[in-house]
Design a protein around this ligand. Structure first.
Ligand code: GDP
Length: 356
C-alpha cells in the first residue's frame, strides 16, 4: 500500500506526532537521531459516512480506510552527499509515495532547536535542498545518455525534454512538485521532489486559532497542503475518551484533532479515494486510486472479484441516505448497474456481481 514518509529536522516533534499517530509507546526523545529505524504507523481515515451506513444497515462494526505513515530518521545537512544516516534517509524517502515534513513553530525554550532559532522557511529549505541536490545527482547520471538516445529513439525525446526541464527547475531551487511539472515522463527516474509534499506545522496551542500566522505558513508551502496541530496536545488527546477529547478540542477552538485532519489530507495527497460497502456485518471504506475502474475496485476486496467481475450495483452515498435503504434506492431508480469501464466515484456504495 501507499505510504507517507514523515520527515523533519531533529526536535521538531516528529516522534511525539508519530507516537500519537500509532498510539504506541516509544518515548519521544529530546535529542537528534532518536528515530533511526523507520517505523510504520497505520492510521484510520475518519469518515462520518461510515456512521451513517452503519445506522442504515445496522452494521455491527465500522472499518475505515487507512493511511500508512513511516517515521523517517532525522535529516542532517549533507544528506545528499550520501554519508551514513544521510544515505538511509534518502533511501527511505525514495520508498515513500508522499513526503510529510513536520516543521517546528512551537517556542519551548527547554527544547533545543538544531539551528538555534525557530524559522519555518529555513527548516523547509534545509530539507528541500537535500532532496533537490539528490535529484540533481540522479539527473546528471541519466541525462547525457537520455539525450544521446533521444537522437535515435523518438519515444525518448519527450522524456529527455522533461528531464532537462526538471533540471532547470531544480537548479532554480524549486521542487518538481512545487513547480507543477507533469510527473509522468519523469516516473522512471524516481525523483524525490516529484513526490507530493504536505506540511505539518507543530504550533503552540494558542496559535491553533492564529489565522494570520496560519495564512502566512500556508503561503510558504503552497501548492502543498498545510496542517496545523500541537503535537503535545495530540498525544494527550489519544489518551482521552471521545467526550473528553471533544471538550479539549473545543477549548482550543478546534472541531477535529490534528491527526484526523492529517489522515484525511494525507489520504487525499496520495491520490486515493474510497468506495463503501455495507451490510449487517460491517460498514466499510475501501481504498482505490482516483480514476480506478469498477473491476479494479473489486480487486481491492479480493482478486477473484476482479477476475470474475460481471458488474457493480452502485448507489451514490447521498442517494442512499436520501432514500434510506438499498431497497428504496432500487425502487426509486437510484441504484445503477455499472460495467467494467465504470470509473469509481468517491463515496459510491457498491455491491459487486461476479463469477467464482
Ligand atoms: P523529533 O526529534 O522531531 O522526533 O522531536 P520529538 O518528538 O522527540 O520532540 C522533541 C522535544 O520537543 C520533546 O521533548 C517533546 O516533548 C517536545 N515537543 C514536541 N512537540 C511539542 C509541542 O508541540 N510543544 C512543545 N512545547 N514541545 C513539544
Amino acid at each position: 500500500s501507499l505510504t507517507i514518509g514523515i520527515v523533519g529536522l531533529p526536535n521538531v516533534g516528529k516522534s511525539t506526532l508519530f507516537n500519537a499517530l500509532t498510539k504506541n509507546d516509544v518515548l519521544a526523545a529530546n535529542y537528534p537521531f532518536a528515530t533511526i529505524e523507520p517505523n510504520v504507523g497505520v492510521v484510520g481515515v475518519p469518515d462520518p459516512r461510515l456512521d451513517k451506513l452503519a445506522e442504515i444497515f445496522g452494521s455491527a462494526r465500522k472499518i475505515p480506510a487507512t493511511v500508512d505513515f513511516v517515521d523517517i530518521a532525522g535529516i542532517v545537512r549533507g544528506a545528499s552527499e550520501g554519508e551514513g544516516l544521510g544515505n538511509k534517509f534518502l533511501a527511505n524517502i525514495r520508498e515513500s509515495d508522499a513526503i510529510c515534513q513536520v516543521i517546528r513553530v512551537f517556542t519551548d525554550p527547554d527544547v533545543v532547536h538544531v539551528d538555534g532559532k525557530i524559522s519555518p522557511a529555513d527548516d523547509k529549505e534545509i530539507i528541500e535542498t537535500e532532496l533537490i541536490l539528490a535529484d540533481l545527482q540522479t539527473i546528471e547520471k541519466v541525462l547525457p545518455r537520455l539525450q544521446k538516445d533521444s537522437r535515435l529513439q523518438k519515444d525518448k525525446i519527450a522524456v529527455a525534454a522533461a528531464v532537462q526541464q526538471a533540471k532547470e527547475v531544480l537548479e532554480a531551487g524549486t521542487t518538481v512538485f512545487a513547480a507543477g511539472l507533469d510527473p509522468e515522463p519523469l516516473r522512471e527516474l524516481h525523483l524525490l521532489t516529484a513526490k507530493p509534499f504536505l506540511y505539518v506545522f507543530n504550533v503552540d496551542e494558542e496559535e491553533l486559532v492564529n489565522e494570520t500566522l496560519k495564512a502566512e505558513l500556508r503561503e510558504l508551502v503552497a501548492p502543498a497542503e498545510a496542517i496545523f496541530l500541537d503535537a503535545k496536545i495530540e498525544s494527550e488527546l489519544i489518551e482521552l475518551d471521545e467526550a473528553e477529547a471533544l471538550e479539549l478540542l473545543q477549548s482550543l477552538g478546534q472541531e477535529e484533532s490534528g491527526l484526523s485532519i492529517l489522515a484525511r489530507v494525507g489520504f487525499d495527497t496520495l491520490g486515493l479515494q474510497t468506495y463503501l460497502t455495507a451490510g449487517p456485518k460491517e460498514a466499510r471504506a475501501w481504498t482505490v486510486a482516483k480514476g480506478a475502474t469498477a473491476p479494479e475496485a473489486a480487486g481491492v476486496i479480493h482478486t477473484d472479484f476482479q477476475r470474475g467481475f460481471i458488474k457493480a450495483e452502485v448507489i451514490g452515498f447521498a442517494d442512499l441516505v436520501e432514500t434510506g435503504s438499498r431497497t428504496e434506492a432500487r425502487t426509486k431508480g437510484k441504484a445503477r448497474m455499472e460495467g467494467k469501464d465504470y470509473i469509481m466515484q468517491d463515496g459510491d456504495v457498491v455491491e459487486f456481481r461476479f463469477n467464482v
